[in-house]
Design a protein around this ligand. Structure first.
Ligand SMILES: Nc1ncnc2c1ncn2[C@@H]1O[C@H](COP(=O)(O)OP(=O)(O)O)[C@@H](O)[C@H]1O
Ligand SMILES: [Mg+2]
Length: 316
């Protein structure tokens, strides 16, 4: 296993003293693992805690509790995170937000090479950046341009080149194609898959878009209100969803038939407020199968078939 996440918790605490203290239970006991060269898709509605999981795993956000093992090392315990940064990278939905608009592409993509001492001269750096740009489908001659001179899809390619630069083993992709047109989206997914085949990089692919997750993932974890409610191989999740929430998500998105039910019919109501989640199963207020036990007792994630994990009292 390249990455093992055990019982990860992230509570954002605000207020205190004069203001009422508020605790946002963004992530509340999430466990999963990832093999080298594997893609785990992390799906769920907005606010379910996906980004927080991704950032916490990289220690861009400090976990409240839990254990993260990367390549045998305890990520939560390391004092100097720089060696981790080299091996674990992240690509965001909006690459502009993480690029200095006054920096040229050579500096943006070349920076990790310099930080990690992988090049010894500017000439060497530029050569390496040129190679990376070409690898992600851009022209090497774009080296001295600025971010605003590129389209959204091209900027995402630049962000991917920057993530690749330090030769990481693992990349968190946080909605990397959500802002792009469908055709551009498909090209980026194809690029990510070919890079994975070539370099054996593992991905945590975060998205609210089930079609995209199905396209790229080997396994899928479904998040609801800070918890993983179901996890299985991609084919299994899509052909044999067991959790009522997963079923609702799939029914609302993937049925192209004219008599498909509207999303609000399949999944009535709203996700809960993470400052005040429901008792028992967090999905019970919206669940068509819920009974008294579901309102009282929190279901644990259990392996109901080999490799297929579900947290639901109503499943076998
Ligand atoms: N820095 C923060 N401070 C307080 N609350 C936060 C912070 N970041 C995220 N949250 C809250 O945590 C919950 C999960 O957010 P997030 O991880 O961004 O979910 P997702 O990526 O699935 O949309 C949301 O309710 C969000 O408002
Ligand atoms: Mg997010």
């Amino acid at each position: 296993m390249l990455l093992v996440v055990e019982d990860l918790v992230k509570h954002y605490v605000s207020g205190g003293f004069l203001r009422r203290k508020e605790v946002v239970r963004a992530v509340d006991g999430v466990s999963f693992s990832l093999n080298e060269g594997e893609t785990l898709g992390l799906v769920g509605e907005s606010g379910s805690g996906k980004t927080t999981v991704g950032k916490t795993v990289l220690r861009l956000v400090e976990p409240t509790s839990g254990r993260i093992l990367f390549d045998g090392r305890d990520v939560t315990a390391v004092k100097d995170t720089r060696p981790l940064r080299k091996e674990m990278q992240i690509v965001y939905q909006d690459p502009m937000s993480s690029m200095n608009p006054r920096m040229r592409i050579a500096d943006i993509v070349g920076r990790p090479l310099q930080i990690h001492g992988m090049v010894s001269s500017k000439r060497e750096r530029d050569e390496r950046v040129r190679y990376l740009l070409e690898r992600v489908g851009l022209s090497g001659d774009h080296l001295y341009r600025y971010p605003h001179e590129f389209s959204g899809g091209q900027r995402q390619r630049i962000a991917i080149a920057r993530a690749l630069a330090p030769e990481p083993k693992f990349i968190v992709l946080d909605e990397p194609t959500s802002a792009l047109d469908v055709s551009v989206q498909a090209q980026i997914l194809k690029l990510l898959k070919s890079l994975q085949e070539e370099r054996g990089i593992a991905y945590l692919f975060i998205s609210h878009d089930l079609a995209v997750v199905r396209n790229i993932s080997h396994r899928v974890a479904v998040m609801y209100a800070g918890k993983v409610v179901e996890m299985a191989d991609v084919e299994e999740i899509f052909s044999n969803p067991l959790h009522p929430y997963t079923k609702g998500l799939l029914a609302s998105v993937l049925e192209p038939s004219p008599d498909a039910r509207a999303p609000e019919e399949v999944l009535p109501g709203e996700p809960p407020d993470p400052r005040n989640p429901p008792s028992g199963c967090r999905f019970h207020p919206r669940c068509p199968l819920a009974d008294e036990r579901c309102a009282k007792e929190e279901p644990q994630l259990r392996e109901v078939e080999p490799g297929h994990w579900v947290a639901c009292h109503k499943v076998g």
